[in-house]
Write a protein that binds this ligand. Structure first.
Ligand code: C5P
Length: 235
């Protein structure tokens, strides 16, 4: 069954500091979004990429895609995003042609995901999992706290989940299309990833190994790391 990728790229990227929407900022001279689009289109299994652009930036994103070399075997669509990541993904799904039975959802903010990770996710969905997430063990110990009312104030620690059982999850997350569409129609809570909506439906979500280069570019230091990874790849 044909595989499509939806790339939500409509966030402002406030935590990265002032400037253009995050996905349009450059890494080594090329917009982060273009890196992300190339990373997904690098998989021979992905035949359509739907970019969800900032709602006032669809024309700009279309010209960016036209201006950069992209694989000819891949189709590209650009649709306007919404106020939340969840809404942006939903708009991407609404634009999905009927023949695509498998959907990947990939953050534009993870521009350096290796193609092997993309293919591993697709393969696991093909093997029958309704939802698949790339996951890595944690280096840090994680504490649950009672969040303080004001930023910077001390916060009481509530619990320490056993680190060996925790995973940091990345994108692309892969889905059987019907499952993801139903999740978006059913779940209205705020979520930070798509797989958690499938969990709320009571359906199984499985992991495949993630990759450290699939990290999310969120804060200024992440830009430094991303450019260092790109420089290392050119060697
Ligand atoms: O904010 P966060 O880092 O979780 O955003 C993850 C991805 O979701 C980013 O690629 C961002 O552009 C996208 N996003 C979106 N629409 C929003 C908010 C975030 O497409 N309203």
């Amino acid at each position: 069954t044909p595989v499509a990728a939806v790339i939500p790229a409509a966030g402002r990227g406030v935590r990265l500091g002032p400037g253009a929407p995050k996905a349009l900022r450059a890494l080594n001279g090329t917009p982060m979004l273009i890196h992300a689009v190339r990373a997904l289109a690098a998989s021979r299994r992905v035949s359509l990429v739907i970019v969800v652009a900032p709602s006032d930036g669809t024309e700009e994103v279309k010209s960016l895609l036209d201006a950069h070399a992209l694989p000819e075997r891949t189709d590209f669509l650009v649709v306007p995003g919404g106020d939340t990541r969840q809404e942006s993904v939903k708009r991407g799904l609404d634009a999905l042609p009927p023949e695509y039975g498998v959907v990947l959802v990939h953050d534009a903010a993870r521009p350096l995901v290796p193609v092997d990770t993309v293919d591993a996710v697709i393969e696991a969905v093909g093997a029958g999992a309704p939802a698949v997430v790339p996951a890595l063990p944690l280096a840090d110990t994680v504490k649950e706290v009672e969040p303080a009312a004001e930023a910077g104030a001390p916060e009481p620690v509530v619990a320490t989940p056993e680190r060996a059982r925790l995973r940091a999850v990345q994108t692309p997350q892969g889905f059987d299309r019907t499952t993801l569409v139903r999740a978006h129609e059913t779940v209205t809570d705020d979520v930070t990833d798509d797989a958690s909506m499938v969990e709320q439906l009571g359906l199984p979500v499985v992991t495949v190994p993630g990759h450290e280069e699939a990290f999310k570019v969120t804060r200024p230091l992440d830009l430094v790391l991303a450019e260092a990874v790109l420089a290392r790849r050119r060697l």
